[in-house]
Design a protein around this ligand. Structure first.
Ligand SMILES: [Zn+2]
Ligand SMILES: [Zn+2]
Length: 100
């Protein structure tokens, strides 16, 4: 894991022995980052708050798949073909939203 001081500090991650300038994998900012193998980090896995799949706890509480969808869906839906595709999926019975 390659992370800046601020992100490491928030998560209780150690300062790495090797520090170099680069893009933090957590916040995406260019900063002086620690390069520490993920296996050495106290990085408990958590269930994704959307789908429940186990995912690394990186602060978003979303697995990679859910994160991608939630951050890109609006862009995707700008395409009419994309909207038709989503609509056809939603129209299948198994995707019907059940309100209690
Ligand atoms: Zn960061
Ligand atoms: Zn998920």
């Amino acid at each position: 894991m390659f992370y800046c001081y601020a992100c490491g500090n928030v998560r209780g991650w150690p300062d790495g022995i090797i520090n170099s300038q680069g893009r933090c994998e957590v916040c995406g900012k260019m900063a002086l980052c620690s390069d520490v193998p993920s296996s050495e980090l106290p990085d408990p896995e958590i269930p994704c708050k959307r789908c429940g799949n186990t995912t690394a706890n990186l602060g978003t509480k979303l697995c990679n798949g859910c994160w991608e969808v939630e951050h890109r869906l609006e862009v995707y839906l700008k395409s009419e073909l994309a909207r038709e595709h989503v609509h056809s999926l939603l129209c299948k019975k198994r995707y019907v939203i059940v309100k209690e």
